[in-house]
Design a binder for this molecule. Structure first.
Ligand code: KG4
Ligand code: ZN
Length: 338
């Protein structure tokens, strides 16, 4: 059984192929980084056109890497939301077209569910588990009870954590996407150099907030010369503040759980951050469970996670019609298993 997964919801064109033994047969991701670089962020119209330009080639390279042809596939999964609608439509239409021509089942995948289920592919995590979903567009803590069965525990009340990394990186002249650049710069910095706020620390519940942190970085950086040592110290201080805040929120989430969980899991682009992973590992240990997060290249957007979510759904007999819409918004707690 081979499943092809297509990911086009933001600025990465991804095609991944997996088999039923959880073998990753192909993982091709074409980044549009240079297309968006002059604008300091992702431009939706440019993203949609770039997906259209690249998707054929990305799919063919994935098939080549897997040593497979369309005839070998057992199903096609594509992200149908949430995301930048022009890009989502490109992947969804392509997925439906291949499925229609080949007479294969089509699986409409929620991008957040793809992130959320990836640790089951990489670490064989069993339900239920506590999930931190931290990316450029989302920051939430969820109880994952099963495929399509999510309970939202807390979410950001303003910016997503990846957005905070990206905006602060821009303030520090580091470029885009900011998360990996902040992480790199922080290696030479002192995390105690700047006394940044720890948003929501100690507050009831497990919601997040990151816009105040961004404002604090802006205020402290205003009028400063962006020397390598200033940037390194600020990057390290920011990373530490984010890790402290998320660790506190995660501890609160554990306290809110009404049933035991098998693991604490992190997914989404920000879960690639090593400082954060180390802090979350401590929180998991304090709560007597293991910590799991996919390897960094499966944390950021890719087609493999879509293929895996598609496989999980297909195994439960959950397939979708060609009339399934592309959705700019599609909260995880609203999706159904059936
Ligand atoms: O999951 P993703 O690839 O796309 C979305 O669905 O948003 O996440 C992208 C986000 C960006 O904000 C990026 O700066 C952040 O993940 N990110 C990181 C790291 N790698 C990517 N943030 C912190 N540390 C990293 N190493
Ligand atoms: Zn994502």
């Amino acid at each position: 059984m081979l499943i092809l997964g297509l990911e086009t919801s933001c600025d990465d064109t991804g095609a991944g192929i997996i088999d039923e033994t959880r073998n990753i047969r192909a993982n091709i991701v074409a980044s549009q980084l240079t297309d968006h670089l002059p604008y300091g962020g992702v431009v939706p119209e440019i993203a949609a056109r770039a997906h259209l330009d690249m998707i054929d080639d990305v799919i063919h390279r994935a098939l080549q890497e897997a040593g497979a042809t369309f005839a070998d596939l057992s199903g096609i999964a594509a992200t149908t939301g949430p995301g930048l609608i022009g890009g989502v439509m490109v992947g969804a239409m392509m997925g439906k077209s291949i499925a229609a021509v080949r007479g294969l089942p089509f699986i409409a995948v929620n991008h957040l569910e793809a992130h959320a289920l990836t640790p089951r592919l990489t670490d064989n995590v069993a339900f239920p588990y506590l999930l931190l979903l931290a990316s450029g567009g989302h920051c939430q803590l969820l109880l994952v009870r099963g495929v399509g069965d999510y309970k939202l525990l807390g979410r950001t009340i303003d910016d997503a954590v990846g957005e905070c990394f990206d905006k602060c990186a821009k303030l520090l002249g580091l470029g885009y996407p900011g998360g990996p650049l902040i992480e790199q710069a922080a290696q030479n910095g002192n995390p105690k150099a700047f006394d940044l706020p720890r948003p929501m620390m100690g507050r009831a519940g497990c919601d997040f907030s990151f816009s105040g942190l961004k404002t604090a970085v802006r205020t402290m950086a205003a009028g400063q010369e962006l020397t390598p040592s200033f940037v390194a110290d600020m990057a390290a201080s920011l990373q530490a503040a984010i890790a402290d805040s998320i660790a506190d929120r995660a501890q609160h989430a554990f306290a809110m759980l009404e049933e035991p969980v098998t693991a604490f899991v992190a997914a989404g682009g920000v879960a690639a951050n090593q400082t954060l992973r180390a802090r979350l590992t401590q929180i998991a240990a304090r709560n007597n469970v293991g910590f799991a997060a996919p390897p960094p290249k499966l944390c950021t957007d890719n087609g493999v996670m879509v293929a895996w979510a598609g496989l999980e759904r297909l195994r439960l007999g959950l397939t979708d019609g060609f009339d399934t819409p592309a959705r700019p918004r599609w909260p995880l707690e609203k999706i159904q298993a059936a």
